[in-house]
Design a protein around this ligand. Sequence first.
Ligand SMILES: Cc1cc2nc3c(=O)[nH]c(=O)nc-3n(C[C@@H](O)[C@H](O)[C@H](O)COP(=O)(O)OP(=O)(O)OC[C@H]3O[C@@H](n4cnc5c(N)ncnc54)[C@H](O)[C@@H]3O)c2cc1C
Length: 465
Amino acid sequence: MIFKQVAEIVGESNCLTEALQSYAVDGMVPKLVVFPENVEQVSALMKLADQERLVVIPRGSGTKMSLGNIPKQVDMVLVLKKLNKILEYEPDDLTATVEAGILLTHLQGRLKEKNQCFPLDPPFSSEATLGGIVATNSNGPGRFFHGSVRDLVVGIRVVHPGGVIARAGGKVVKNVSGYDMNKLYTGSLGTLGIITELSLKLRPLPEVSKTLLLRFSSLSEAARLVLQISTSELLPTALEILDSKAWQRMNRTDPSINPGQVGSLSLETDPGVAASGVTFAAKLEGLSENVERQIIQIREWGQQKGATGAEVLDGDLHGKFWEKIQNHPQTFSADASNTLCCKASLPASKVEDFFQAVKKIGNSQNLDPVMFSHAGSGIVYIYLGLEAVPTGVDRISIFSYLIKEIRNLSIQFEGSLVVEAAPTDLKKKVDVWGPVGDSWKIMKLLKEQFDPHGILNPGRFIEGI
Ligand SMILES: Cc1cc2nc3c(=O)[nH]c(=O)nc-3n(C[C@@H](O)[C@H](O)[C@H](O)COP(=O)(O)OP(=O)(O)OC[C@H]3O[C@@H](n4cnc5c(N)ncnc54)[C@H](O)[C@@H]3O)c2cc1C
């Protein structure tokens, strides 16, 4: 019956009822997978779903469906990939309006023709859709200079449960009177509405783009350099710190471990330090003269702090390096379904102490986490493979304990911790979002207003919203 109504809206060929395993969310297989082709179809589907109390799980490319708590129910997966057009592109205004299912990589290709880009560099950039990126507030190393999704999305169109189509923001930089609803939908994980359209701020492509790598024997020198740069007049695009394990994984060559990646970086200088020390990386972009000046300055500051090796990457190597950093879930985890990935957001000045303390907690369990940091922004990623726990030991209990300890540590350092990826068995034991204080009451009220029957991604967001 429902299939018939859905098929009437989108056409039978856009409606799947069989072999739906690959659309399962945390192991829960939907009854229906639907591929709407325009906003009117999305609206009609949301009206029907609300009437029939069908749980709807929006989906872009599916690269980040592992994010969030386990859903309460899964009926219909709504795939936005057929809404993939560029609706407006105004190179002179540095703005574009796109449908939410467009792949970031397709958009970048079009903008490149005019020497422009959308300056966002989230993981899985070759597969992720703009809607998924905005729904998950997914950012990359470049947020240090360019800002995050919330700074770069200036307008949004959303379909709410019940089918109402709403717009927020606009196409110009000063676009909001009243509440800034763009920002509310960003990072809402598809719990308030289906994002169907986005207006974006663009930037010109830089004339030159280079990387300065410095090796240090200990973390504190690299961390002090990051603070010196970020409080100076220099303007790097990104500042990263990698521990030795992260560096080794950046360099591994086995394509079966690292699918879709571009092979080894083959940076072999100073192998001793690379094996035990810390790697600092700065991404420098802009006019050639300015980039060179910054490289000279940062190298000098690094040497004063005891850097033991220095290297400048440009061209292909520069591109490969940042691709691996950007796509860190693929670079740092051998097997995504068996990996714990935690993301801590901290004041930038606390990154060093946090790094050290997490290593200690890991070592107390005989586990050596892979750690790296978008250090300029105070973001630290921690990767742990479940296979590292000896057989016979209760892995889930150890990992639940680790999450609790590392989360307490993040709070102690005035930050927070989100579990970005974990096997479903582990998610049954932990809350992936962590505490949000009293604000959950307001969030719950908002959810009830936007989605009174709880049909959008129920259970996946904070506090089971
Ligand atoms: C193991 C793993 C680890 C990852 N780690 C990180 C990480 O550490 N940091 C990071 O930033 N990214 C991470 N990502 C991936 C992330 O960058 C995604 O690639 C991207 O953000 C999501 O794009 P997508 O189109 O694939 O969205 P999907 O995965 O299809 O959807 C993501 C979420 O957004 C909702 N959604 C999708 N489209 C819409 C829409 N149009 N309207 C409303 N809701 C929608 C979905 O319901 C879902 O909850 C990780 C992915 C994986 C698989």
